[in-house]
Design a protein around this ligand. Structure first.
Ligand SMILES: Cc1cc2nc3c(=O)[nH]c(=O)nc-3n(C[C@H](O)[C@H](O)[C@H](O)COP(=O)(O)OP(=O)(O)OC[C@H]3O[C@@H](n4cnc5c(N)ncnc54)[C@H](O)[C@@H]3O)c2cc1C
Length: 327
């Protein structure tokens, strides 16, 4: 339960991905004075969709969302009813194993179902946090640009490597999260008028170097002419080639796709690459968040529990509940 004093409590939430927005919404509803700081422009973090021209959109981060807990199932079902998410039913090729879970996607973009949660929140975009340090009973936040600000409570929901940098002055937190590891991922985005010669709309690990290939234009609401593919390289390949130039990565990734299609590739009308330095959790923390003993600083994200959007939802809600309880 929220304390009677919560309206006096200011809370800074760092990061406007699934964890940050879930947490900020719950705190806002409970009456806290919440400000969200996000370094990029827009919501969603790794639930990312690139807009190409006027009509083409391509999801280059999270590909689909599974919901296993009752709470998250009902969240995704409500989003479907509201028209901001939908179940994606790609055609699976003959060699692909059947799918047990529903695969949800935001509609028309991956982050679409976060937008209603963000309504009414004070979200400061293009605000990169540089440090988070104690300041009396509260916390002082400095930014890459602009004046420092002080808050009663802080919730940090950045990827774990960034959290380590931001919280360098909190040895207990750093020690607790030291074993968490997150793998990188190189992504290729490609569009062509002609079809790619493969069986099905989704190929899971078709070679050692490719973890995932999916036909993005088969997702609801993406609306593209032709054939649009997203390809994610395997963790090993991505790690080995992490510092590759982005243009070189396009050529290298196209060559990997060529191995799947027997060397034949259609002429592309669009091609691009994206390097995710922190893509998917390999070794999670094993608990939904970590906090200081006095309950004024919380650190969370999907990396606490695993590599899925549902874990980000769980981490964000768990932090909000703990913060409310602690006040
Ligand atoms: C290539 C790829 C494929 C994936 N596929 C799937 C999938 O199919 N299904 C699935 O469930 N999950 C998938 N995931 C994982 C999923 O995207 C994440 O679990 C989820 O989006 C994590 O949400 P989050 O809020 O914890 O973190 P993020 O989405 O990373 O949000 C953190 C936010 O913090 C911001 N930030 C970072 N540093 C700062 C700073 N210093 N100051 C201010 N803001 C900052 C970032 O810009 C970002 O918006 C995939 C991820 C990737 C990259």
């Amino acid at each position: 339960m929220a304390s009677a004093n919560n309206s006096k409590q200011t809370v800074a939430v760092i990061g406007a991905g699934m964890t940050g927005i879930t947490c900020a919404r719950a705190l806002y509803v409970a009456g806290y004075d919440v400000t969200v700081f996000e370094k990029s422009r827009g919501l969603g973090g790794r639930m990312a969709t690139r807009r190409v021209g006027k009509t083409l959109t391509i999801d280059h981060g999270a590909q689909f969302i599974t919901a296993r807990s009752d709470a998250f199932k009902s969240f995704m079902q409500r989003a479907c009813k509201a028209g901001t998410a939908e179940i994606w039913q790609p055609r699976l090729g003959e060699d692909e194993e059947a799918v047990d879970d529903d695969w949800y996607v935001g509609r028309p973009r991956m982050n679409s179902f976060l937008k209603p949660l963000a309504q009414g929140l004070n979200i400061r975009e293009k605000a990169t946090v540089s440090t988070i340090t104690r300041d009396g009973q509260g916390w002082r936040i400095t930014f890459a640009k602009g004046e420092p600000e002080t808050f009663d409570r802080v919730v940090c929901t950045t990827p774990v490597d960034q959290a380590r940098t931001l919280l360098a002055t909190e040895p207990h937190i750093i020690e607790t999260i030291k074993d968490v590891t997150v793998a990188p991922c190189w992504a290729l985005l490609m569009a062509s008028e002609a079809r790619l010669r493969v069986d099905g709309d989704v190929l899971r690990a078709p070679t050692d170097d490719i973890a995932w290939m999916a036909r993005n234009d088969t997702k609801p609401g993406r609306g593209a002419a032709g054939s649009v593919w997203v390809v994610h390289a395997s963790v090993d390949w991505s790690r080995k080639n992490l510092e590759m130039d982005k243009d070189d990565a396009i050529d290298a990734l196209l060559a990997l796709v060529g191995k799947v299609t027997g060397g034949k590739l259609p002429t592309t009308t669009y091609e691009s690459s994206h390097r995710w330095r922190y893509a998917q959790t390999e070794n999670p923390l094993g608990q939904p968040f970590v906090a200081t003993d006095d309950g004024t600083l919380y650190v969370g994200g999907d990396w606490c529990l695993g590599a899925r959007v549902e874990y980000a939802f769980e981490s964000g809600n768990a932090i909000a509940a703990a913060l409310i309880e602690a006040v």
